[in-house]
Design a protein around this ligand. Sequence first.
Ligand SMILES: Cc1cc2nc3c(=O)[nH]c(=O)nc-3n(C[C@H](O)[C@H](O)[C@H](O)COP(=O)(O)OP(=O)(O)OC[C@H]3O[C@@H](n4cnc5c(N)ncnc54)[C@H](O)[C@@H]3O)c2cc1C
Length: 453
Amino acid sequence: MRKQSPLERVHNFEEVNLGYSEEEAIAEANRCLECSSPSCVDGCPVGVDIPGFIKKIKKGDFCSALALIREKNNLPAICGRVCPQEKQCEKKCVLSRKDRAVAIGNLERFVADYCSSSFGRADLSLSSASVAVVGSGPAGLTTAGDLARLGYSVSVFEALHLPGGVLRYGIPAFRLPKEVLEREIEYIKSLGVEIKTDYVIGKIKGIGDLLKEGAKAVYIGIGAGLPRFLEIEGEDLVGVYSANEFLTRVNLMKAYLFPYVATPVRVGRKVAVIGGGNVALDSARTALRLGAERVFLLYRRSSVEMPARKEEFENAREEGVEFMFFTQPVRIIGGEKREVRGIECVRTELKEKDESGRPSPVPLPNSNFSLEVDSVIIAIGTQANPLLFQDGKELERTEKGYIKVDEEGRTSMKGVFAGGDIVTGSATVISAMGMAKKSALAIDRYIRTGLWR
Ligand SMILES: Cc1cc2nc3c(=O)[nH]c(=O)nc-3n(C[C@H](O)[C@H](O)[C@H](O)COP(=O)(O)OP(=O)(O)OC[C@H]3O[C@@H](n4cnc5c(N)ncnc54)[C@H](O)[C@@H]3O)c2cc1C
């Protein structure tokens, strides 16, 4: 393992994509054809007026462009960095058919960074009606911000000691600097939202208590933070991490500064990361930054089926992550002290599509092989954390444990709405925000009219 000082590691976590200069932003905006019936907006789950804000960038009117984005999106500096634009707005851009789509995400990020200090404390008159929001990830922050703008008094209850959800503990600083997250959270607070941290709903209070204590409605945006495991031999060895634990140690607890902080993290010289999504890539790139010499990313399918953002895949490749496609782990090999020594895998081939719509990987007989590794990070998805439901038993859930809602986020409990990953399972920041926006409007209607459905 390369010897690094904690300070060197801080440097390693600096943002990779440096963003546009003013000239570059205007040049990129000028590529927009100003279509008479633009389809890019249809690709945005929160409905940002994309042609409108790009037109303002063309004129150099950057902060008006940001104001226009903020009408629909409370977290533009984040979305500009982490949204899968190539599957959404940019995919719909007419230029993508022949050439490269307008880089909508980079432009959104540019104005959000350029005008980062352009919001003062909003002068909103908050009504006496209060709403409780559980969870401060993208879903909770979006509902909270939208409701505060509508005049409600909003309190967000967050289990961790810092707000932001996956944006805080999952996505590493080299993709989403924590100052950017802080800035977006400050904006939400500037709308009058109160955020109470270290507050686990389901333990300290239940959903019913929040309603009894005066909340006119409750919004649940608790994500799906419980890791899934492979259920193979050796998963209990020392040096096996769930991606959630690994990334939380580094991003939230700043383990890269150990011994100056209390939380350590050890990766060793060689690391195997299992999975093919953003979480797996973030873990692999983080392990490299912590000093691992070789990081293998094991994925059962091919690069085509990988759900990760394209930019992250390319960056990971450039940084030296070694991709092993068509590879499925079958056993983690331990040493005398129950430490990870290696991982045994089989090769796979792709057959007909499974319920995820992707070709299903089938192990090839007699294709077993072993890799020598010092740690294993499992990034194969997450599921609903049952903690909240110790109290909220009336909340109807799906077979997989997610909360059942209608199209506007109404749950089976009157006055209680839900959205984001706790409804869909692990998805994206913008899909969580899109659902949250719909629920904010439905909550407003419910409080004003008293009509539930
Ligand atoms: C490592 C990683 C990388 C990702 N990269 C991308 C990406 O590049 N682009 C993208 O679009 N998406 C990405 N995603 C997915 C995306 O981050 C999630 O879909 C999104 O954060 C879901 O938002 P949410 O608000 O529903 O939940 P979360 O972000 O999970 O937030 C839920 C919050 O609720 C809190 N909470 C949980 N239980 C309780 C309780 N009982 N009481 C109080 N608070 C509670 C949690 O502590 C957390 O802060 C990534 C996910 C991970 C893990």
